[in-house]
Design a protein around this ligand. Structure first.
Ligand SMILES: C[S@@+](CC[C@H](N)C(=O)[O-])C[C@H]1O[C@@H](n2cnc3c(N)ncnc32)[C@H](O)[C@@H]1O
Length: 236
Protein backbone atom coordinates (compact mmCIF):
# COMPACT_ATOMS: atom_id res chain seq x y z
CA UNK A 1 0.00 0.00 0.00
CA UNK A 2 1.36 3.45 -0.98
CA UNK A 3 1.64 6.27 1.57
CA UNK A 4 -1.22 8.09 -0.23
CA UNK A 5 -3.52 5.03 -0.04
CA UNK A 6 -2.79 4.67 3.68
CA UNK A 7 -3.70 8.37 4.34
CA UNK A 8 -6.92 7.99 2.30
CA UNK A 9 -7.96 4.85 4.28
CA UNK A 10 -7.22 6.47 7.63
CA UNK A 11 -9.09 9.69 6.80
CA UNK A 12 -11.99 7.53 5.48
CA UNK A 13 -12.19 5.75 8.86
CA UNK A 14 -12.04 9.07 10.79
CA UNK A 15 -14.82 10.50 8.63
CA UNK A 16 -16.93 7.37 9.20
CA UNK A 17 -16.41 7.67 12.95
CA UNK A 18 -17.47 11.35 12.99
CA UNK A 19 -20.54 10.49 10.92
CA UNK A 20 -21.52 7.74 13.37
CA UNK A 21 -21.06 10.08 16.35
CA UNK A 22 -23.25 12.71 14.69
CA UNK A 23 -25.97 10.17 13.96
CA UNK A 24 -26.15 8.73 17.45
CA UNK A 25 -25.32 11.74 19.63
CA UNK A 26 -28.36 12.74 21.77
CA UNK A 27 -29.93 16.11 20.93
CA UNK A 28 -28.86 18.97 23.18
CA UNK A 29 -31.34 19.33 26.07
CA UNK A 30 -32.18 22.61 27.76
CA UNK A 31 -30.47 22.81 31.16
CA UNK A 32 -33.18 22.16 33.77
CA UNK A 33 -30.83 21.67 36.70
CA UNK A 34 -31.12 25.15 38.17
CA UNK A 35 -31.28 25.63 41.93
CA UNK A 36 -34.62 24.79 43.61
CA UNK A 37 -36.60 27.72 44.97
CA UNK A 38 -36.20 28.23 48.72
CA UNK A 39 -39.00 26.74 50.87
CA UNK A 40 -41.70 29.23 51.77
CA UNK A 41 -45.37 29.01 52.58
CA UNK A 42 -46.34 30.24 49.10
CA UNK A 43 -44.71 27.10 47.66
CA UNK A 44 -46.84 24.85 49.86
CA UNK A 45 -50.00 26.75 49.08
CA UNK A 46 -49.39 26.30 45.36
CA UNK A 47 -49.40 22.53 45.78
CA UNK A 48 -53.02 21.90 44.88
CA UNK A 49 -53.13 23.18 41.36
CA UNK A 50 -55.28 22.12 38.45
CA UNK A 51 -52.68 19.88 36.84
CA UNK A 52 -51.69 16.54 38.42
CA UNK A 53 -48.34 16.77 36.60
CA UNK A 54 -47.54 20.10 38.26
CA UNK A 55 -48.77 18.83 41.64
CA UNK A 56 -46.69 15.70 41.22
CA UNK A 57 -43.45 17.61 40.74
CA UNK A 58 -44.38 20.27 43.27
CA UNK A 59 -44.86 17.61 45.96
CA UNK A 60 -41.67 15.85 44.88
CA UNK A 61 -39.78 19.13 45.21
CA UNK A 62 -41.39 19.66 48.59
CA UNK A 63 -40.28 16.25 49.89
CA UNK A 64 -36.84 16.66 48.30
CA UNK A 65 -36.27 19.54 50.69
CA UNK A 66 -37.80 17.99 53.76
CA UNK A 67 -37.59 14.63 55.49
CA UNK A 68 -40.41 13.64 57.82
CA UNK A 69 -42.20 16.76 56.68
CA UNK A 70 -45.30 16.01 58.75
CA UNK A 71 -43.54 14.27 61.60
CA UNK A 72 -42.33 10.75 62.27
CA UNK A 73 -45.15 9.52 64.45
CA UNK A 74 -48.63 8.50 63.45
CA UNK A 75 -51.28 11.09 64.26
CA UNK A 76 -52.46 11.07 67.88
CA UNK A 77 -56.12 10.64 66.87
CA UNK A 78 -55.24 7.30 65.26
CA UNK A 79 -53.00 6.13 68.08
CA UNK A 80 -55.63 6.97 70.70
CA UNK A 81 -58.43 5.14 68.90
CA UNK A 82 -56.56 2.21 67.41
CA UNK A 83 -58.20 -0.39 69.59
CA UNK A 84 -61.71 0.53 68.43
CA UNK A 85 -60.87 -0.25 64.79
CA UNK A 86 -61.11 -3.90 63.72
CA UNK A 87 -58.02 -5.20 61.89
CA UNK A 88 -58.24 -5.91 58.17
CA UNK A 89 -57.38 -4.32 54.82
CA UNK A 90 -56.56 -0.63 55.19
CA UNK A 91 -56.29 2.10 52.58
CA UNK A 92 -54.26 5.25 53.22
CA UNK A 93 -54.80 7.83 50.48
CA UNK A 94 -52.19 10.60 50.25
CA UNK A 95 -50.03 8.66 52.70
CA UNK A 96 -47.03 10.99 52.31
CA UNK A 97 -43.93 9.47 53.89
CA UNK A 98 -46.03 6.74 55.43
CA UNK A 99 -46.10 7.56 59.14
CA UNK A 100 -49.73 6.41 59.53
CA UNK A 101 -49.53 3.57 57.00
CA UNK A 102 -46.50 2.07 58.76
CA UNK A 103 -48.12 2.43 62.16
CA UNK A 104 -51.17 0.54 60.89
CA UNK A 105 -49.02 -2.21 59.33
CA UNK A 106 -47.15 -2.65 62.61
CA UNK A 107 -50.47 -3.00 64.35
CA UNK A 108 -51.87 -5.81 62.30
CA UNK A 109 -53.42 -4.14 59.24
CA UNK A 110 -52.71 -5.09 55.63
CA UNK A 111 -51.96 -1.65 54.24
CA UNK A 112 -52.11 -0.02 50.81
CA UNK A 113 -51.00 3.59 50.53
CA UNK A 114 -51.17 5.93 47.56
CA UNK A 115 -49.40 9.22 47.05
CA UNK A 116 -48.65 11.53 44.15
CA UNK A 117 -45.01 11.89 45.17
CA UNK A 118 -42.55 9.19 44.15
CA UNK A 119 -40.08 10.49 46.74
CA UNK A 120 -42.61 10.20 49.55
CA UNK A 121 -43.65 6.68 48.53
CA UNK A 122 -40.01 5.52 48.25
CA UNK A 123 -39.33 6.87 51.73
CA UNK A 124 -42.42 5.16 53.12
CA UNK A 125 -41.32 1.82 51.67
CA UNK A 126 -37.77 2.21 53.01
CA UNK A 127 -39.04 3.20 56.44
CA UNK A 128 -41.43 0.25 56.52
CA UNK A 129 -38.53 -2.07 55.69
CA UNK A 130 -36.34 -0.48 58.36
CA UNK A 131 -39.14 -1.04 60.86
CA UNK A 132 -39.43 -4.67 59.75
CA UNK A 133 -42.92 -4.38 58.42
CA UNK A 134 -44.41 -4.08 54.97
CA UNK A 135 -46.91 -1.90 53.18
CA UNK A 136 -47.96 -1.68 49.56
CA UNK A 137 -46.96 1.76 48.23
CA UNK A 138 -48.42 3.12 45.03
CA UNK A 139 -47.44 6.32 43.24
CA UNK A 140 -50.65 7.65 41.79
CA UNK A 141 -53.17 10.43 41.48
CA UNK A 142 -56.18 9.82 43.70
CA UNK A 143 -58.43 11.53 41.17
CA UNK A 144 -57.53 8.87 38.59
CA UNK A 145 -57.11 5.92 40.91
CA UNK A 146 -58.99 2.67 40.11
CA UNK A 147 -60.69 2.27 43.50
CA UNK A 148 -61.88 -1.24 44.23
CA UNK A 149 -65.52 -1.50 45.36
CA UNK A 150 -66.35 -2.35 49.00
CA UNK A 151 -62.82 -3.64 49.51
CA UNK A 152 -61.39 -1.94 52.59
CA UNK A 153 -62.08 -2.44 56.28
CA UNK A 154 -60.51 0.90 57.16
CA UNK A 155 -59.65 4.12 55.32
CA UNK A 156 -57.47 6.71 56.96
CA UNK A 157 -57.20 10.23 55.56
CA UNK A 158 -54.80 12.62 57.22
CA UNK A 159 -54.11 16.22 56.16
CA UNK A 160 -55.60 15.71 52.72
CA UNK A 161 -59.12 16.38 51.55
CA UNK A 162 -61.24 16.75 48.47
CA UNK A 163 -65.03 16.74 48.46
CA UNK A 164 -64.82 15.17 44.99
CA UNK A 165 -63.07 12.09 46.37
CA UNK A 166 -65.51 11.41 49.19
CA UNK A 167 -67.90 9.25 47.11
CA UNK A 168 -64.92 7.19 45.92
CA UNK A 169 -63.68 6.62 49.48
CA UNK A 170 -67.17 5.74 50.65
CA UNK A 171 -67.75 3.18 47.93
CA UNK A 172 -64.29 1.61 48.42
CA UNK A 173 -65.17 0.91 52.05
CA UNK A 174 -66.83 -2.37 53.04
CA UNK A 175 -70.20 -2.28 54.74
CA UNK A 176 -69.41 -1.98 58.45
CA UNK A 177 -65.94 -0.58 57.58
CA UNK A 178 -64.40 2.37 59.42
CA UNK A 179 -63.22 5.70 58.06
CA UNK A 180 -61.09 8.27 59.84
CA UNK A 181 -60.34 11.85 58.83
CA UNK A 182 -57.86 14.10 60.56
CA UNK A 183 -57.98 17.50 58.86
CA UNK A 184 -57.18 21.12 59.39
CA UNK A 185 -60.24 23.17 60.20
CA UNK A 186 -60.96 26.13 57.97
CA UNK A 187 -61.23 28.82 60.60
CA UNK A 188 -61.48 31.65 58.08
CA UNK A 189 -57.86 32.67 58.50
CA UNK A 190 -55.46 32.18 55.59
CA UNK A 191 -53.56 28.88 55.61
CA UNK A 192 -50.21 29.57 57.15
CA UNK A 193 -48.63 26.15 57.42
CA UNK A 194 -47.78 23.22 55.19
CA UNK A 195 -51.36 22.25 54.51
CA UNK A 196 -52.85 24.07 51.54
CA UNK A 197 -56.25 25.73 51.73
CA UNK A 198 -57.94 23.08 49.62
CA UNK A 199 -57.29 20.37 52.20
CA UNK A 200 -59.15 22.19 54.97
CA UNK A 201 -62.79 21.71 55.97
CA UNK A 202 -65.27 23.97 57.70
CA UNK A 203 -66.37 22.97 61.20
CA UNK A 204 -69.36 20.61 60.99
CA UNK A 205 -69.05 20.13 57.22
CA UNK A 206 -67.16 16.87 57.50
CA UNK A 207 -69.72 15.33 59.82
CA UNK A 208 -72.49 16.44 57.47
CA UNK A 209 -70.68 14.86 54.51
CA UNK A 210 -70.70 11.55 56.36
CA UNK A 211 -74.30 11.74 57.56
CA UNK A 212 -75.20 8.26 56.29
CA UNK A 213 -72.39 6.87 58.45
CA UNK A 214 -72.52 6.19 62.17
CA UNK A 215 -70.29 8.77 63.86
CA UNK A 216 -68.29 7.12 66.62
CA UNK A 217 -66.06 10.06 67.57
CA UNK A 218 -66.11 13.64 66.38
CA UNK A 219 -63.76 16.36 67.57
CA UNK A 220 -62.93 19.94 66.75
CA UNK A 221 -59.85 20.78 68.76
CA UNK A 222 -56.39 22.26 68.88
CA UNK A 223 -53.74 19.64 68.24
CA UNK A 224 -50.06 20.56 68.05
CA UNK A 225 -51.08 24.21 67.73
CA UNK A 226 -53.27 23.47 64.72
CA UNK A 227 -57.02 23.94 64.50
CA UNK A 228 -58.20 20.43 63.68
CA UNK A 229 -61.32 18.42 62.85
CA UNK A 230 -61.23 14.67 63.39
CA UNK A 231 -63.82 11.99 62.89
CA UNK A 232 -64.07 8.23 63.20
CA UNK A 233 -67.18 6.86 61.53
CA UNK A 234 -68.60 3.52 60.46
CA UNK A 235 -70.34 2.67 57.22
CA UNK A 236 -73.84 1.34 58.01
C1 LIG B 1 -50.20 17.47 53.71
S1 LIG B 1 -49.52 16.00 53.03
C2 LIG B 1 -50.09 14.78 54.20
C3 LIG B 1 -49.30 13.50 54.17
C4 LIG B 1 -49.79 12.40 55.12
N1 LIG B 1 -51.19 12.10 54.94
C5 LIG B 1 -49.52 12.76 56.55
O1 LIG B 1 -50.45 13.08 57.31
O2 LIG B 1 -48.33 12.71 56.94
C6 LIG B 1 -50.54 15.77 51.64
C7 LIG B 1 -50.12 14.62 50.74
O3 LIG B 1 -51.06 14.51 49.70
C8 LIG B 1 -50.39 14.06 48.53
N2 LIG B 1 -51.25 14.39 47.39
C9 LIG B 1 -51.65 15.61 46.98
N3 LIG B 1 -52.48 15.52 45.92
C10 LIG B 1 -52.61 14.19 45.65
C11 LIG B 1 -53.31 13.43 44.67
N4 LIG B 1 -54.06 14.04 43.75
N5 LIG B 1 -53.19 12.09 44.67
C12 LIG B 1 -52.41 11.46 45.60
N6 LIG B 1 -51.74 12.12 46.57
C13 LIG B 1 -51.82 13.46 46.59
C14 LIG B 1 -49.08 14.82 48.57
O4 LIG B 1 -48.09 14.23 47.78
C15 LIG B 1 -48.78 14.80 50.07
O5 LIG B 1 -47.96 13.69 50.40
Amino acid sequence: MTGLESIQRTSGRVFGLILLLCLFAPPALPDSSGPLPPPDSATFEALTGESPEEDHSAWDRFYQKKNHAFGKDAIGFLRENLEIIPRGRAFVPAMGEGRNAIFLARNGFKVEGVDLSQIAVDRALQEAKAKKTSIKGIVGDLFEYPYPKEAYDFILVSLFFSERLLPKFKSALKKGGYIMFYLKRDNGRPASSLVPDDFRVKGGALKASLQEFETLIYREYIDQNMDMVAILARKK
